[in-house]
Design a protein around this ligand. Structure first.
Ligand SMILES: *Cc1c(COP(=O)(O)O)cnc(C)c1O
Length: 457
C-alpha cells in the first residue's frame, strides 16, 4: 500500500519559533514548571488540545466572507440549520458559543437536585455542568475501557448491564435523560459501536428516558464504525452519522472538534417542551436563537466544517497519522494506551517513569521533559488533574498517570510527527534522569491550569 498523504496542500503558512534547549529551560522556569503558563509562541509542536486548534480549509475561509451578520434570521443561520438538520435529523436547533454552553443550558433547564445522569464517561465540563445543577454524573463505561492494554475495538461502549442496574437502583423518575459521549474523550478517544448506541437507546426508551448524545467527535466515531463494525463498510460517513443521531432525542456539540471550527457549538432536541425552555435560556445567556453566541461568519464556517469532517479521505488521513505515531512508539517499547483513539495518543507515565511516586507526579515529569527536549507541549491527565484531596489537603493518587498528546486537525505534517517521535524516544532513553515534582502553589479548583511546581532534587 502507498503512503497515506495529507489530502490537502498548504496555501498559507504560520511560522514556528524554533527554540534552543537553554531558552526552553528558561521559559519553563518562568512558567513555574506548568506548561499551561508557557507562551504558546515558545511551544514548537503544541499538542495541548485538539479543541478549536484546527486549520480551516479554503472553502471555510471563503464561507467566512459570506457571513450574514443580521441580528435575526440571517442567511448564515439558514445554512447552519440545514446542515445540522441533514446530519442529525433533529428538529430544534440552537447555536451556542461552544460545547459547554450547550451543556449548561441543558443542565439548568432540565435537571432537578438529586437527579442522576448516566454516560460512558462524562467529559469534565459536562460533569461540572450537571453537578453544578445538582445531579450525580455517573460513568458506566465497559470494563475494557478501563484497561489501557485491552485491544477491544469499541472501548467507549456503555456497559448495558450497568446501565440497567443504574436505572433499577435510582428509578427512571430520577433520570431526566441518559447520555453517551462519541468518541469517549475521557477514556482516550475510544469509539462507541452502533450496536451499543442502539442498545442504550432501547434500554432508555423502555424506561421513557430521553437519550442525549455528546456528539463532539461524531465524525471520528462514524469512521471507526465504518472500519470496525460489520455491516457499515459500504456506507458513507454521513449515512453512519445520520444513523447514530436517528437513535437520539437530542445532542450537545462542540464545533471546536468535528465542526472543524475555532469556536462554536450547538444544542439540539426533538421534544417541543424542552425546545421552549432551551430557547428562553439561550436568549438569556447566549443570544437570539438564530445566532446563539456566534457571529454569522462562524455559522458559515461550521456549516462547511461539519460536512468536511465527514469526508472519508480526511478521516483516513487523520486516523493514519495517529496510528503511525502509536505504532512507532509501541515498536520502540514506549508504553501508551492501546489501541490509539481518534484524536490523541496517551503515554502511560506510570510505566514510563516507575521510579517516580504517583504523588510526585510522573505525568508532570514527562510533560516537562518533552517540553525541555523538543518544545513539545502536552498535558498531564494524572494526579495533578484528578487526585482527590481530603479536608486536611491529604491526597489520594489518581488511578492512572497519563500524558495526552492531542492532535489539532489539519495543522501538522508527517515530518512534525517524525520529530515528535524522535523527541519522545530521546526522553525515553534518558527517563531515569527525569525528576518528580511538588506543588508550591495551588488554587482551590481546577488546580492543573494555574498551579506552580518545583522539581524534587
Ligand atoms: C470539548 C468537549 C466538550 C466541551 O466543549 P467546549 O467547546 O470545550 O466547551 C464536551 N464534551 C466533550 C466530549 C468534549 O470533548
Amino acid at each position: 500500500m502507498r503512503t497515506i498523504i495529507e489530502p490537502f496542500r498548504i496555501k498559507m503558512t504560520e511560522p514556528l519559533k524554533l527554540t534552543t534547549a537553554p531558552e526552553r529551560k528558561k521559559a519553563l522556569a518562568k512558567a513555574n514548571n506548568n506548561v499551561f503558563l508557557l507562551d504558546a509562541e515558545d511551544c514548537c509542536i503544541d499538542l495541548l488540545t485538539d479543541s478549536g486548534t484546527g486549520a480551516m480549509s479554503a472553502q471555510q475561509w471563503a464561507a467566512l466572507m459570506l457571513g450574514d451578520e443580521s441580528y435575526a434570521g440571517s442567511k448564515s443561520w439558514k445554512k447552519f440549520e440545514a446542515v445540522v438538520k441533514n446530519i442529525t435529523g433533529i428538529k430544534y436547533i440552537f447555536p451556542t458559543h461552544q460545547g459547554r454552553a450547550a451543556e449548561s443550558i441543558l443542565a439548568t433547564c432540565i435537571i432537578k437536585k438529586g437527579d442522576v445522569i448516566p454516560n460512558n464517561n462524562h467529559f469534565d465540563t459536562t460533569r461540572a455542568n450537571l453537578e453544578f445543577a445538582g445531579a450525580y454524573a455517573i460513568d458506566l463505561v465497559c470494563d475494557a475501557g478501563l484497561d489501557p492494554a485491552d485491544e477491544s475495538p469499541f472501548k467507549g461502549n456503555i456497559d448495558i448491564a450497568k446501565l440497567e442496574k443504574c436505572i433499577a437502583e435510582y428509578g427512571p423518575g430520577r433520570i431526566p435523560f441518559g447520555m453517551i459521549t462519541v468518541t469517549n474523550n475521557t477514556g482516550g478517544g475510544q469509539p462507541v459501536s452502533m450496536a451499543n448506541i442502539r442498545a442504550v437507546k432501547e434500554v432508555l426508551a423502555k424506561n421513557n428516558i430521553p437519550f442525549m448524545i455528546d456528539a463532539c467527535r461524531f465524525a471520528e466515531n462514524a469512521y471507526f464504525i465504518k472500519q470496525r463494525e460489520d455491516g457499515y463498510q459500504d456506507k458513507t460517513l454521513l449515512e453512519i452519522a445520520q444513523e447514530i443521531f436517528s437513535y437520539a432525542d437530542g445532542a450537545t456539540m462542540s464545533c471546536k472538534k468535528d465542526g472543524l471550527a475555532n469556536i462554536g457549538g450547538f444544542l439540539i432536541c426533538n421534544n417541543e417542551k424542552w425546545s421552549h425552555q432551551f430557547r428562553n435560556m439561550l436568549i438569556l445567556r447566549e443570544g437570539f436563537p438564530t445566532y446563539g453566541g456566534l457571529a454569522g461568519r462562524d455559522l458559515e464556517v461550521i456549516a462547511v466544517g461539519l460536512m468536511e469532517a465527514l469526508e472519508y479521505d480526511y478521516q483516513v488521513y487523520r486516523h493514519a497519522t495517529i496510528k503511525y505515531i502509536g505504532d512507532k512508539l509501541t515498536k520502540k517499547g514506549i508504553p501508551i494506551v492501546r489501541p490509539v483513539g481518534g484524536h490523541a495518543i496517551f503515554l502511560d507515565a506510570k510505566a514510563f517513569l516507575p521510579h517516580i511516586e504517583p504523588l510526585q507526579y510522573p505525568g508532570i515529569g514527562l510533560v516537562n521533559a518533552l517540553y525541555l527536549e523538543g518544545g513539545v507541549r502536552s498535558v498531564e491527565l494524572g494526579s495533578v488533574m484528578f487526585a482527590r484531596r481530603d479536608e486536611n489537603g491529604v491526597e489520594t493518587a489518581s488511578p492512572m498517570e497519563l500524558v495526552r498528546l492531542a492532535f489539532p486537525r489539519r495543522v501538522y505534517t508527517q515530518s512534525h510527527f517524525d520529530y515528535l517521535i524522535e523527541v519522545i524516544e530521546k526522553v525515553w532513553q534518558d527517563r531515569d534522569k527525569i525528576p518528580g515534582y511538588k506543588i508550591t502553589y495551588q488554587p482551590e479548583f481546577l488546580r492543573h491550569f494555574t498551579c506552580q511546581m518545583e522539581k524534587i532534587q
